[in-house]
Ligand binder design. Structure first.
Ligand SMILES: CCCCCCCC(=O)SCCNC(=O)CCNC(=O)[C@H](O)C(C)(C)COP(=O)(O)OP(=O)(O)OC[C@H]1O[C@@H](n2cnc3c(N)ncnc32)[C@H](O)[C@@H]1OP(=O)(O)O
Length: 216
């Protein structure tokens, strides 16, 4: 489902910020984004407080450092050099370029995803593991938004048609049901115009306390 275009967000500066300690929000547009990527982003992006249905999730390369409620402390405990898998390649556009938008009312998440040249699997096309990664990330974000902290227990993926490197696709997820600690999410990856189905998936997420990460 697409929305009317809104005011464009500024393009993120990706040069090293030598004199700034502010974290980079990787979900903001940068110069590597194609016109198609930017167009889709603008369709879902909403001004904060504008009452829109879609809310962009900020995204940093360290999961815990910028989290509220003791994130920094946990980050030090876990591993100071740890970096989020999808955000750890320095060259903009080389790997995972994406922005996730959440629609809380519909319990949906949509991700605009541009797959860079380092994600190659079959010649000229995206690796199945990279596709699984973006699915896990977006379905996981959707489940987390609705159910709080969860871990992926099960992911089923049907690869229907290959995704060309450099192309922009839509990852569209919805929470199907929540029962106790379990949250089921379904997901479809389509071409930007929705006409071609690339991938279908379902995921089961289980709610855990953060202490589960330390105790197993
Ligand atoms: C915002 C950024 C988002 C990023 C998203 C990234 C998400 C990830 O990649 S997470 C990393 C990959 N996942 C993991 O490492 C998880 C490893 N697994 C585990 O830690 C555990 O097995 C875990 C937490 C899933 C479940 O363990 P535990 O908390 O002991 O739950 P447990 O009591 O066994 O099961 C709870 C329920 O889930 C069900 N369940 C658990 N695992 C499965 C499974 N694989 N398939 C089906 N059902 C399952 C159980 O049957 C049980 O159901 P019921 O309540 O009806 O009896």
């Amino acid at each position: 489902m697409l929305l009317c275009a809104c005011a464009s967000a500024p393009v993120q500066q990706v040069s090293p910020r030598l004199f700034s300690s502010a974290p980079r929000d990787y979900s903001l547009p940068n110069d590597s984004w194609s016109a198609e990527m930017r167009r889709l982003y603008d369709q879902y992006d909403q001004e904060p407080g504008g009452g829109g249905r879609w809310k962009r999730l900020p995204s940093y390369n360290r999961f815990l450092k910028y989290a509220t409620a003791g994130g920094q402390c946990l980050s030090r405990l876990v591993q100071s050099r740890a970096r989020l898998f999808t955000r750890n390649i320095k060259e903009p556009g080389a790997a995972f370029e994406y922005a996730i938008f959440i629609n809380e009312e519909e319990k949906r998440a949509v991700c605009v995803f541009q797959a860079g040249h380092l994600l190659e699997g079959p010649p000229g096309h995206v690796h199945g593991g990279a596709i699984a990664t973006i699915i896990d990330n977006v379905t996981g974000a959707c489940a987390t938004y609705i159910s709080g902290f969860v871990l992926t227990a099960n992911l089923n993926i049907n690869y229907c048609s290959p995704i060309s490197l450099g192309s922009v696709v839509l990852v569209d997820c919805a929470v199907d049901r929540v029962e106790g600690r379990k949250t089921w999410v379904s997901c479809r990856i389509t071409s930007a115009d929705g006409s071609k189905l690339h991938t279908e998936a379902t995921g089961l997420f289980v709610s855990v306390g953060v202490s589960h990460l330390f105790t197993g």
